[in-house]
Write a protein that binds this ligand. Structure first.
Ligand code: SF4
Length: 505
């Protein structure tokens, strides 16, 4: 069985997982790719195709066509897209090869749909290993190799309309990063190749038993069937206390309800365990009261939906800027009042920035608290809108100044419910606090699907009747997001009222 570059990169993350991917694909891909994951693949494809325009008139190789590639390489075809190379043990495809006639070598270009922003060091290390794998396979195929380059999106580039590809992409020579690691990568490739030939899962067992839930992959439950669904791995921030987690696991304490009362936990972890054991919420009343009392009326519960564009779609946009296409807002004028709903959804091909801000101005009260869930998101969108629409800066800044994050109640451990399972996402909080309201059954249940649905409408992928249904689905989904906040806020008011009555009694 040949080792592909993708499987080698999975192996570098986790040998167990690479084995599972090859031998138990039905478990590795247990859940179909999420819309978010599919979108990442599509974004990668789009960026790859646009990057080819930097090296025009190339020959696109059919998937898996190593023989065709070899023929074209032999005659020094000037530009090859997606050339395929194989050896006895390995297989890989490159993004772009460009013949350098002066040197008599092929220069390699690996295209990545990312900018050099966050996590640059980790990404560059990953990309160097990615390119090294290709270089070793090409070398074994006798391809004379020149410079090894990385092409990625320029995060500083701001579109003024038509994309300027020479500024949209950066080209970086990675040869000096890749050359020193070639021997190490060759040894890793050998080990990874040998591992995937094994007929049984390699020992020792999966090491994520000692890591927090967020580090575990989809195969964890298969490899560790004895670990309950809600386990010590779900303890809040346990990933940063590996000693504690190891102590619990080594003592055979796996269910969160089995953690001894005298075990050394942080206060938030203690609250989580107590809530799970007692099967009722832990409430830290004083800060919750302060939080709720600071809400000023009319209170606007506001939620945005956006589409992250890797390739800037409109003037003023940089790579990966989000296009704000929808909002839903429920306005409550007093604690017992019924919310008034406002909504906006833009499904034209043009840029929604101006209509979005105009609709927001019409709907949002001039004063009072603006309540969102995960405030860096909505505030960040407003800040970017203000950059693109300087005339609206004052308005958008004033909105941001009034923003309060309802999620703070849960990340700040003011209310800890056993049903949250250590999470603070609205998708976990809503069913626990407001059982009658749910995303279940909706055609759109999370933001990535909303983004892709909008994109399908505006790019004309849907027939008219499908587009109309999709539009309704978007309105329903976003409407529930802001209504969910209203109902969670009401549930919090009820919790406070009940406690006050109990304490007064
Ligand atoms: S849970 Fe962790 S150690 Fe286990 S297979 Fe997944 S990534 Fe690897």
């Amino acid at each position: 069985m040949k080792l592909s570059k993708t499987n080698y990169l999975v192996y570098r993350d986790c040998a167990h997982n690479a084995w599972m991917k090859v031998h138990k694909p039905e478990i590795y891909h247990d859940e179909p790719l999420s819309v978010f994951e599919q979108a990442i693949i599509e974004i990668g494809n789009d960026v790859d195709v646009r990057a080819r325009e930097l090296f025009p008139d190339g020959v696109l190789i059919r998937r898996g066509d190593a023989a065709g590639t070899a023929d074209l390489v032999a005659i020094h075809t000037p530009v090859l897209y997606q050339p395929v190379f194989e050896t006895d043990r390995y297989t890989t495809a490159c993004d772009i090869l460009v013949w350098n006639g002066t040197q008599g070598v092929y220069d390699l270009y690996e295209v990545k749909a990312s900018t050099s922003g966050e996590d640059r060091k980790a990404k560059d290390d990953l990309y160097a290993h990615d390119i090294a794998f290709q270089a070793l396979v090409l070398r074994e195929n006798g391809v004379p190799l020149g410079r090894l380059n990385l092409v990625r999106l320029n995060g500083e580039y701001v579109s003024d309309g038509a994309l300027d590809l020479t500024r949209l992409f950066t080209r970086e020579d990675f040869t000096d990063r890749v050359t020193p690691i070639l021997d190490t990568v060759a040894a890793e490739m050998d080990a990874a190749h040998d591992l995937i030939q094994l007929s049984a899962l390699p020992a020792p067992p999966c090491s994520c038993i000692y890591k927090g839930r967020s580090s575990q992959c989809t195969t964890f439950a298969y490899v560790n069937p004895h670990v309950p669904d809600y386990s010590v791995h779900d303890l809040t921030r346990i990933g940063t206390s590996p000693k504690k987690l190891k102590e619990l696991v080594d003592a055979g304490i796996l269910a969160i309800t089995d953690v001894p009362d005298d075990f050394d936990l942080s206060l938030p972890q203690r609250h989580q365990v107590e809530a799970a054991k007692r099967r009722r919420p832990h409430v830290d009343l004083p800060p919750l009261e302060v939080f709720l009392n600071e809400i000023r009326y009319p209170a606007a519960f506001l939620d945005y939906e956006t589409f992250p564009c890797a390739l800037p779609r409109f003037p003023g946009y940089a790579p990966f800027n989000h296009v704000p296409f929808q909002f839903s807002m429920h306005v409550v004028t007093e604690p017992d009042g019924d919310p008034v709903h406002h909504e906006f959804l833009y499904v034209e091909k043009a840029c929604p920035d101006v209509p979005f801000v105009e609709a927001l101005k019409r709907a949002i009260p001039a004063e009072g608290t603006v309540i969102v869930w995960n405030k860096p998101f909505e505030k960040g969108i407003n800040a970017k809108l203000a950059e693109r629409l300087p005339a609206e800066q004052e308005f958008l800044s004033s909105v941001n100044e009034r923003v309060v994050d309802l999620m703070d109640v849960f990340s700040g451990q003011m209310v800890v419910h056993p049903g949250f399972r250590g999470k603070t996402s609205i998708k976990w909080v809503l069913p626990a606090l407001v059982p009658g309201l749910s995303y279940k059954g909706l055609a759109i249940q999370e933001g990535a699907t909303a983004s892709e649905t909008w994109n399908a409408i505006v790019t004309g992928e849907l027939e008219a009747d499908e587009a109309e249904q999709a539009r309704k689905n978007l309105l329903t989904y976003c409407g529930l997001d802001s209504l969910a906040m209203v109902e969670i806020w009401r549930a919090l008011l009820a919790i406070v009222a009940a406690r006050e009555i109990r304490e007064a009694g």
